[in-house]
Design a protein around this ligand. Structure first.
Ligand code: BG6
Length: 495
């Protein structure tokens, strides 16, 4: 086990801390993964005021843990580690002296500073941490996305933090990398001889990476309206998934090697400029629709005003390298979509040579569907003989691997995984500064074109699969979105 640590969460009573970080830390307590006398300090400008104390943490644990988990069993041990501290990151006053005294009581503890706050206060926070000499040689800083709103602001934020922490002490969170099924992409590709020889332009027709959500604004109106789907999902989660699917095998599963390979993918993304953007990018905003039989308001109604923020993005991307030349990657994400579903679909090429005659039925190309969530699993779609028939007839069938059946009690808490890695000093599931900047370089020109209204915003009904233009993006290439099997005759095989 690692050395005891002090985790200071700035924004300690914020949404992220209460919904994600504290449940993850509690689960680590239950699993015995918090080293020795480690402490968790919840620093917040409003700590100590109404509802901002440890009772609030207890309440949130009750809400966020699943029915099988108990917020009581380990609460005494967990709460003994917790302290709520009134610290305003924008005011260097005696409250910082208090934080400093607390940390200095345990000089042997390693320090993790989790900045669960908007990036515009990272600067002041780092300056004050440094002024009070709280940053020791082993201290790490954890940064939440979005890191900036474009490349220039990301550069600025990164350069501020880099004045106080070296790159190997900076953990940029992309919680998708903490998901078990996302890490499994590496196992699938690099622990099986089967796939790697086929994982290239010779055998793959195209790849789809899609994260569709049913939720809308979820009480984050201002944040979301400033951010939009491109900055919230594409610049980070979708591009990180793309990297894991497309990267070359690292020679070892080590942080530096993995991050180097991911960066090469981002650098090889073909820039989308001028008329490419109108042809290859769709942005949309949801309007009223029906979901699960209920009328759902439009984005403007949810927000309370008109807005030109996109809640949907679809992009046809290309990676200009030897492996992927000519293979389109269709990326898509949206809020208020028909189904919640994150998946990667590897569509293989049509059969090289058909030995059957037309009477056997239609031959479909193989497809590997990697379901990241929910109903996590892998489906290999292939052709088989129709059984119990004298004549040779073929039909599409699926080999299903359902992780819930294969792994008892399978659950995935991405933040728990990531926090464990921070404690263990393992950067492999975190983005390097160069990755973040390369991703911004690719999305910036698209967002610049949007500011000129190119292409114009499309609408889509809440509860649909997105704007018509998104379906058209693939139809033009004689392809279709997989849509969780909705347009396939094997959709019922998932569970
Ligand atoms: C977050 C975005 O990073 O990811 C949210 O800010 C989004 O808008 C969420 O809903 C999706 O994460 P998950 O794990 O629920 O798929």
């Amino acid at each position: 086990m690692s050395k005891p640590i002090d985790i200071v969460i700035f924004g300690g009573f914020g949404d992220l801390a209460l919904r994600k970080l504290l449940p993850a830390l509690y689960r680590m307590e239950v699993a015995g993964l918090l080293p020795g006398a480690s402490r968790i300090l919840l620093a917040s400008g409003s700590a100590g005021t109404a509802g901002k104390d440890l009772a609030a943490v207890r309440d949130w644990l009750g809400k966020m843990l699943t029915a099988n988990e108990s917020a009581d069993s380990h609460w005494p041990a967990f709460s003994a580690r917790l302290q709520a501290l009134a610290v305003d990151v924008t005011v260097d006053d005696e409250r910082w002296v208090h934080l400093s005294e607390l940390l200095n009581q345990r000089p042997l503890h390693e320090r993790i500073f989790f900045l669960a706050m908007p990036p515009d206060v990272f600067d002041e926070t780092c300056v004050t941490l440094s002024a009070h000499q709280l940053i020791t040689a082993s201290s790490r800083v954890v940064l939440e996305k979005p890191l900036g709103h474009d490349k220039a602001s990301a550069l600025e934020i990164n350069s501020v933090v880099a004045r106080y922490f070296s790159e190997d002490r900076i953990y940029r969170i992309d919680h998708y990398l903490g998901k078990e099924t996302v890490q499994n992409l590496l196992a699938l590709r690099f622990a099986n001889e089967l796939f790697e020889p086929l994982w290239n332009r010779q055998h793959i027709d195209h790849i789809q990476i899609s994260i569709s959500e049913q939720v809308g604004l979820e009480g984050r109106k201002q944040f979301y309206d400033r951010t939009g789907a491109m900055r919230d999902m594409v610049q980070n989660h979708l591009l990180q998934l793309l990297c894991l699917v497309a990267m070359e095998p690292p020679n070892k599963m080590l942080a530096e090697q993995i991050r180097t390979e991911k960066l090469k993918v981002l650098q090889a993304l073909r820039p989308l400029v001028d008329h490419d953007i109108a042809r290859h990018v769709v942005r949309g905003q949801y309007v009223r629709g029906v979901m699960a039989g209920q009328e759902v308001p439009s984005y403007a109604e949810d927000l309370g005003k008109d807005s030109d923020t996109e809640t949907f993005v679809a992009i046809k991307a290309h990676i200009d390298n030897w492996r992927w030349s000519g293979v389109p990657f269709y990326l898509r994400t949206g809020k208020r979509m028909r189904q919640r579903c994150a998946e990667v679909v590897i569509q293989f090429r049509a059969l090289t040579h058909n030995v059957f005659d037309a009477t056997v039925g239609q031959l479909h190309a193989n497809k590997l569907v990697i379901r990241l969530q929910p109903d996590e699993g892998i489906q290999m779609v292939m052709m088989a003989k129709k059984m119990n028939q004298v004549d040779m007839q073929v039909q599409q069938v699926a080999l299903n691997l359902n992780f819930h059946d294969t792994f008892a009690n399978f659950s995935s808490d991405a933040y728990q995984r990531l926090l464990i890695n921070v404690i263990q000093n393992d950067l492999s599931l975190f983005a390097h500064v160069q990755e973040s900047l390369a991703a911004w370089s690719w999305v910036d020109p698209i967002m610049a074109a949007w500011r000129r209204n190119e292409p114009p915003m499309q609408t889509y009904e809440a509860g649909s699969w997105g704007p018509d233009a998104s379906a058209a993006l693939l139809h033009r290439d004689n392809r279709a979105w997989h849509n969780n099997g909705f347009n396939s005759n094997i959709r019922n095989l998932w569970r």
